[in-house]
Write a protein that binds this ligand. Structure first.
Ligand code: CP
Ligand code: NVA
Length: 304
C-alpha cells in the first residue's frame, strides 16, 4: 500500500475524518481518566520547524511521548536543511530512520517535495497554503460541544490565508456551509474555493456574513512571513474585526474560535476572545488529542 500522508484535509475521506475526530475524543477521555495508551512504543516522529511554533511543537512532542514514542525537533539552524541540502535528499535519509515526519514550512511545494521523497508518512504542521492539523482540533472542539457539524453555518472573517483555506476544505469534507468575508485584495485562493463551491458563499460585509452563524472564526491579519506587510494589512483589515457587535448578529449560541496566537484589538476584540462564547483554550488543548489520533492512524495499527 502506498504511504499515506496528511498534507491537506482532502487527503482523507469524510468518513476517515469523522472517525479520526471520534477517536480523538476517546483518546482524550482515556488520558483524563489516567489510562495509559501507548500504541506507538518505540516509534519516532521527526519534527522539522522552518517557522516558529508553540502549540504545534508542544502538542506533537507531548503526543508522541504519551503514545509511547519519541519526537525529535529539527530546526534549519542546526541541521543541514538550513545549509541547502535538498529537501528530497533530507526526506530520503530522515524517513529511512524514523516512522513519521511532521514539517512546518513556507511554500506548500516544499512540503509536497518532502512527501514525494519520503518512505514514511508526512504531516503538514502548517504551510503558507494550509493548516490542516488545526482543523482537526477545531472540528473536535465543535463535535464535543455541539455534535456533528454537518449542515451548520460557519463564518470566516479576515484574511483568506492558510487557515481560511483549511476551513474551505473542512466545509467540503464535513459538509457545513461556510460564509467568508475577506478584504478585496486578501481573498482565498480561487481554485480552493472552486473545489468547494457548493459549500462556500463569499461576502463583502462582515455583519451580513455572520448573521445567524453557528461558529465565527478568525486569524491574525499578518501571518508568519508577512511581518513587513503589518502596517498595510492593519489598514486594509480595520473593518474586519470580530467584536461584540458582530457576535451579537450571529446565532445566540454561536461559538468563537481562533487558532492562536491572537492579537487582541486587531482581528478580535478582547471581550470576544476572553468572553463566554470563546472556546479557544479547549480548541488549543485539542491540538494534542486530535494529533494523537492522527499519529496513531498514520504510524500505528489504527484503521477505520
Ligand atoms: N495554532 C498554531 O498552530 O499555533 P503555533 O503556531 O503556536 O503552533
Ligand atoms: N495564519 C497564521 C496561523 C498561525 C498558527 C500563520 O500562518 O502565521
Amino acid at each position: 500500500m502506498p504511504t499515506r500522508h496528511f498534507l491537506s484535509l482532502l487527503d482523507f475521506s469524510s468518513d476517515e475524518l469523522r472517525a479520526l475526530i471520534h477517536h480523538a475524543i476517546d483518546v482524550k477521555t482515556r488520558l483524563k481518566s489516567g489510562v495509559a495508551h501507548t500504541p506507538l512504543t518505540g516509534k519516532v516522529l521527526a519534527m522539522i520547524f522552518e517557522k516558529s511554533s508553540t502549540r504545534t511543537r508542544v502538542s506533537f512532542e507531548t503526543g508522541m511521548s504519551q503514545l509511547g514514542g519519541h519526537a525529535m525537533f529539527l530546526s534549519p539552524r542546526d541541521s543541514q536543511l538550513g545549509r541547502g541540502e535538498p529537501i528530497e535528499d533530507s526526506a530520503k535519509v530522515i524517513s529511512s530512520m524514523v516512522d513519521g515526519i511532521m514539517i512546518r514550512t513556507f511554500g506548500h511545494d516544499r512540503l509536497e517535495q518532502l512527501a514525494a521523497a519520503s518512505s514514511a508518512p508526512v504531516i503538514n504542521g502548517l504551510t503558507d497554503k494550509l493548516h490542516p492539523c488545526q482543523l482537526l482540533a477545531d472540528m473536535q472542539t465543535w463535535f464535543e460541544l455541539r455534535g456533528d457539524i454537518k449542515g451548520a453555518t460557519v463564518t470566516w472573517v479576515g484574511d483568506g490565508n492558510n487557515m481560511c483555506h483549511s476551513y474551505i476544505n473542512a466545509a467540503k469534507r464535513f459538509e457545513f456551509n461556510l460564509n467568508i468575508a475577506c478584504p478585496e485584495n486578501y481573498q482565498p485562493d480561487a481554485d480552493i474555493v472552486a473545489n468547494a463551491k457548493e459549500r462556500v458563499t463569499t461576502f463583502t460585509d462582515t455583519m451580513e456574513a455572520s448573521k445567524n452563524s453557528d461558529l465565527i472564526v478568525t486569524d491574525v491579519w499578518a501571518s508568519m512571513g508577512q511581518e513587513e506587510e503589518q502596517t498595510e494589512r492593519v489598514n486594509a483589515f480595520s473593518s474586519f474585526q470580530v467584536n461584540q457587535q458582530l457576535m451579537a448578529g450571529a446565532d445566540k449560541d454561536a461559538l468563537f474560535m481562533h487558532c492562536l496566537p491572537a492579537h487582541r484589538g486587531e482581528e478580535v476584540a478582547a471581550e470576544v476572545i476572553d468572553g463566554k462564547q470563546s472556546v479557544v483554550w479547549q480548541e488549543a488543548e485539542n491540538r494534542l488529542h486530535a494529533q494523537k489520533a492522527l499519529l496513531e492512524f498514520l504510524m500505528g495499527d489504527l484503521t477505520f
